[in-house]
Every structure is written in structure tokens, then in C-alpha cells.
Design a protein around this ligand. Structure first.
Ligand code: ADP
Ligand code: TRP
Length: 322
């Protein structure tokens, strides 16, 4: 079974990215699936116009993949822009995509409503995503719930291609985690790099503490019973804890044994425990960027070979072969 996914290097990775996407990537690697995981640097250009920042973010996403346990021995790790074949398929798919399909895309509406520039790249974003996917012909694409529509568009475009040129492209299935729909940010909205409400996986300890303590709660004083079901601190803790730890903290909320400050400290400790080894590895990689580059260079070769093979078949179908 082939699995493919990617994350945009548009900022530092956070708990939402972990529970929505990264945890699934690691699960598939463990199960021995054939895994293609990339850094979606071309997508990041829709919003990033700062080359230094982009470079730093590309490195950080790649380093995060490796630090969390993805390994080039089992997984093809690569940079989207190292596979230019994707852009040719992007064009072919553009010529099949009805305007209305993209006009209905919620991510474009959401992003522009949040004040992002409505450039054509942002509008075409789902087509490039479809090209990323279809060029590698995966069976499944693990993503967070917010990417569901992009997967529907991908399937739609694959179907349009097949109807126009004959059965060629496999329609991939989205793989969306059941445990959590959307990880809430410190303000209660969806945790997102673009909303400034994240709890980052690799922030230094002082910054991480600030982020955790920024989680909004009500003003019930310590000593009073707290409603854990409504508390964002608890909702995030639940994702990291085992059942016994969850029941224990719920009980402490109920009997007024913890205040929100205590709960935040418990959450912070849990994050540091869970991601401690990955954080240490990430720090090491930052001192040795060559190691990350090596992984990306070897991944690029493998990914490109696969893309070239699939693109050759696609070109033939549309009449571009000589
Ligand atoms: P962001 O919104 O922070 O820019 P991305 O769009 O780069 O995140 O998302 C990368 C992956 O992480 C996607 O699969 C996405 O669905 C998932 N993801 C992002 N934020 C969340 C969240 N708050 N809850 C669950 N999954 C998320
Ligand atoms: N749009 C995805 C996100 O914001 C990133 C992405 C780009 C992607 N291309 C992809 C995810 C292909 C899965 C498959 O997270």
C-alpha cells in the first residue's frame, strides 16, 4: 500500500500538525507501508514572500520529520520543488479543472477572509495539491480533517482525467484521524500556523511554557470544581495522555483539586515528556543541517524517478509523447 502526504513549510510545526498528520505518518511507517512524505515548499509560496524565512521553514519541517522518527531507510522524504514533474501535471490538471470547482474551495475563502492576498497561486492551490498526489499514485493520503475537500477535488480531477483520456490515475482515499477532528489553539479556534495560536513541538522550553499558559480558560478560582469537558487544556491533555492519566485529571478537575494554572503545568510536563526525545534530536539536527540535506537529496532522487515514470504514461495519454 502506498501512502503520500506533505506539510507546508509556512511556520513552526505544532500539536495540530502532529495529531492531524504527523502521528499518522509515523503509524504508517511502523506498519511497513510504502511512504512518500514531502515538504510542500511550492505551496508555501502562496503566502510566504520572504526567502530567508522560507528556507528556515523548509529545513524545520524536514528536520521535524526526521526528529519525530521518519527515516530515509523506510520513507521517501523529499522537497516538493525537487520534483518538477509535478508542475507539468499541475498544468494538465488545470486544463481539466472547472473554475466553479475551485470557487467552491473553502480554504481559499477562509484564507482570503483572514486577510491573505488573493493571488492566483492561492486560488490554484488545490490543483497543485492534486498534482502532488496523483504524480505518485498513492492509495491513501493521511491528512487532518481540514484537508478533506482538497482530497475530494483531487479525486474529482483524477476522475475527469480518466474520463477524458482513459483509465490512468488511481483515485486516492483520504485517511483522516478519528481521535480528533481539529486540535484547538490557545484561543479555542483551530490551531494553525497562520493564526498565532499554536503550541509548537520544537519551541524552546521558555517559549513553550508561554504558549501553554496562553490557553484561554474561564475565571473560576482554584478550589472550585472545574468542568473538564469544556476546558481546552484538558482537551489537549487528553490527546497526549493514557486513559488512567485522563481519568485522574478529570477527577481532579471535578473535585477542585487543580486550578487552571496547575492543569497547564501538568499539560506542559506531558508535552515535554512525550516530545522530549524528538526535541533533543531536532536540536541536534539544527547543529548539523548537512544530515537533513542528505536525506532530502536521496529522497529527491527516488521521488523523481517515480514521478518521471508516471508522468511519461500521462503525457502519452494526453498526446504529448513524441
Ligand atoms: P496550518 O493550518 O498550521 O498551516 P497546515 O495547513 O500546514 O497547517 O497542515 C498540515 C497538516 O496538519 C494537514 O494535514 C492538516 O490537516 C493538519 N492540521 C493542521 N492544523 C490542524 C489542527 N488544528 N487539527 C488537526 N489537524 C491539523
Ligand atoms: N495542503 C496541505 C496542508 O495545508 C499540504 C499539502 C500540499 C498536501 N500537497 C499535499 C497534503 C498533498 C497532502 C497531500 O497541510
Amino acid at each position: 500500500m502506498r501512502i503520500l502526504s506533505g506539510i507546508q513549510p509556512s511556520g513552526s510545526l505544532h500539536l495540530g500538525n502532529y495529531f492531524g498528520a504527523l502521528e499518522q505518518f509515523l503509524g504508517f511507517q511502523e506498519k511497513g507501508a510504502e511512504l512518500f512524505i514531502f515538504v510542500a515548499d511550492l505551496h508555501a509560496l502562496t503566502t510566504t514572500k520572504n526567502p530567508e524565512e522560507l528556507k528556515k521553514n523548509i529545513f524545520e519541517v524536514a528536520a521535524a520529520y526526521i526528529a519525530l522518527g521518519l527515516t530515509s531507510e523506510k520513507t521517501v522524504l523529499y522537497r516538493q520543488s525537487d520534483v518538477p514533474e509535478t508542475l507539468e501535471l499541475n498544468w494538465i490538471l488545470s486544463c481539466l479543472a472547472p473554475m466553479g470547482l475551485l470557487e467552491r474551495a473553502v480554504s481559499f475563502k477562509d484564507k482570503t477572509a483572514k486577510g491573505l492576498e488573493a493571488n492566483v497561486g492561492l486560488f490554484n492551490y488545490p490543483i497543485l495539491q492534486a498534482a502532488d498526489i496523483l504524480i505518485m499514485q498513492p492509495d491513501k493520503v493521511p491528512v487532518g480533517r481540514d484537508q478533506k475537500q482538497h482530497l475530494e477535488i483531487t479525486r474529482d480531477l483524477a476522475d475527469k482525467f480518466n474520463s477524458a483520456f482513459g483509465e490512468t490515475l488511481k483515485l486516492p482515499d483520504p485517511e483522516i484521524p478519528k481521535k480528533v477532528a481539529v486540535v484547538p489553539g490557545t484561543d479555542g479556534e483551530k490551531m494553525s500556523k497562520s493564526y498565532g495560536n499554536t503550541i509548537e513541538l520544537f519551541a524552546d522550553a521558555a517559549e513553550l511554557k508561554k504558549q501553554v499558559f496562553r490557553i484561554q480558560t474561564d475565571s473560576t478560582p482554584k478550589g472550585q470544581p472545574l468542568d473538564y469537558a469544556k476546558c481546552k487544556v484538558f482537551q489537549i491533555f487528553k490527546l497526549l495522555a493514557n486513559e488512567a492519566e485522563e481519568t485522574d485529571l478529570a477527577e481532579k478537575y471535578r473535585n477542585g483539586e487543580v486550578g487552571y494554572g496547575d492543569a497547564k503545568q501538568i499539560l506542559l510536563d506531558k508535552i515535554l515528556e512525550k516530545f522530549g526525545p524528538a526535541r533533543a534530536k531536532f536540536a541536534k539536527l539544527q547543529k548539523n543541517p548537512g544530515e537533513v540535506e542528505k536525506v532530502l537529496a536521496s529522497g529527491a532522487k527516488q521521488a523523481r524517478a517515480e514521478a518521471q515514470k508516471n508522468l511519461a504514461a500521462i503525457r502519452k495519454k494526453v498526446g504529448l509523447d513524441s
